[in-house]
Design a protein around this ligand. Structure first.
Ligand code: 13P
Ligand code: SF4
Length: 340
């Protein structure tokens, strides 16, 4: 059953004063007519969350009203996986894409994991099936498989280990093998290949958001705005070649804290800049407008509906979860690598 958005909760007198901290953040990002529309939803979601004993986890690509307004835990896909593994709340609402909610369920099997829109997919996760992995394993017998977390549970279950962009090099090297099958992102794989002696056998998946960036756009941002360029490793190689820094979602934030550039172009999903802007008010962000259509399926009204009606519970069959949990556990053992 698809959760129906419920009627917009009413504005209460004094709500802007009560949520002054949220209002200040959103007011700095959204037009002044937009942010007051969010506060009644934020208020209603926070109340429901308390009643349900739920925790809301939001990826860094979520819209600011979700990221700053209702999330208890925010971060990249590795941080959300670690938080799910450590979570003791009864219900986790995962504001991100489906593979992230599946990962949370696999790592927190006793919790109820909800996703506000189960159609929130990912071009990388849909680029490879479990049968494709079986074929690769038959073609390269004995070669370990490292799969990016941006994969389905069924693909993870056939993998030796998972990784994220924050620890891909370390996970590959932890396989203690001369060759590793690395899937599914060919651009992340090519970038990892520049940092390790291990020979990588790649798959042909791409992120539909990051593949759209071009080296020419990156040069334009530098020349036109005199901006430093910070790129996610899912971008094509000609973009990475232009970048001052290539790093995962979390590494980008650390780089900004360390380098404090006057102006920066974040070559990644557009909401990243919005969500970092409040943390670094002194930095000017040149913002590309590539939005992830899957991440943007999550909205305040559908978070509210899924909490109110407890809809869209994510389930992973135990025979698949066992293998996927083993692969994710190996990733969590390696932790945050910092080199990609
Ligand atoms: P992170 O692993 O950096 O959170 O990225 C996930 C993702 O979907 C990037 O497009
Ligand atoms: Fe998938 Fe790309 Fe969206 Fe990330 S930004 S969820 S990799 S489609």
């Amino acid at each position: 059953m698809k959760a129906q958005a419920l009627a917009r909760p009413a504005w209460r007198e004094g709500m802007d004063a009560e949520y002054a901290d949220v209002a200040a953040k959103l007011g700095a990002l959204a037009s002044c007519i937009e942010w007051p529309l969010h506060l009644p939803w934020i208020d209603a979601i926070r109340q429901l969350k308390r009643e349900r004993g739920a925790v809301i986890m939001a990826h860094s690509y979520q819209s600011p009203e979700i990221f700053h307004g209702v999330a208890d835990v925010t971060g990249d896909s590795l941080a959300l996986a670690q938080a799910a593994a450590d979570c003791d709340a009864r219900i986790i609402v995962l504001c991100g894409v489906h593979f992230m909610a599946e990962t949370a369920k696999i790592l927190a099997p006793d919790r109820t994991v909800l996703i506000p829109d189960p159609e929130a997919g990912c071009s990388l996760a849909s680029s490879i099936t479990a049968d494709d992995v079986r074929t690769l394993k038959a073609r390269y017998p004995g070669v370990p498989v490292v799969s990016y977390v941006n994969t389905t549970a069924a693909v993870k279950a056939l993998s030796d280990a998972c990784c994220t962009s924050a620890n891909a090099v370390q996970v590959v090297e932890a396989m203690n093998s001369d060759r590793v099958i690395f899937l599914p992102d060919r651009f992340l794989g090519a970038h990892v290949q520049t940092q390790t002696e291990v020979e990588l056998i790649l798959w042909n998946g791409v992120c539909e958001v990051h593949e759209r960036f071009t080296g020419q756009q990156a040069r334009h941002a530098r020349e036109r705005f005199d901006a430093k360029l910070v790129a996610h490793p899912e971008c094509p190689p000609d973009v990475l070649a232009e970048a001052d820094f290539v790093g995962s979602t979390s590494a980008m934030g650390r780089w900004l804290a360390q380098e404090k550039p006057e102006r920066v172009a974040l070559i990644t999903e557009c909401s990243m800049a919005d969500n970092l802007r409040t943390q670094f008010p002194q930095i000017q962000f040149v913002q590309p407008c590539n939005l992830c259509p899957h991440m943007k399926r999550i909205t305040l009204p559908n978070i509210h509906a899924c909490l109110a009606e407890l809809t869209h519970e994510v389930r992973v069959p135990e025979d698949i979860a066992i293998g996927a949990r083993r692969a994710l556990a190996r990733m969590l053992e390696v932790g945050r690598g910092e080199r990609t």
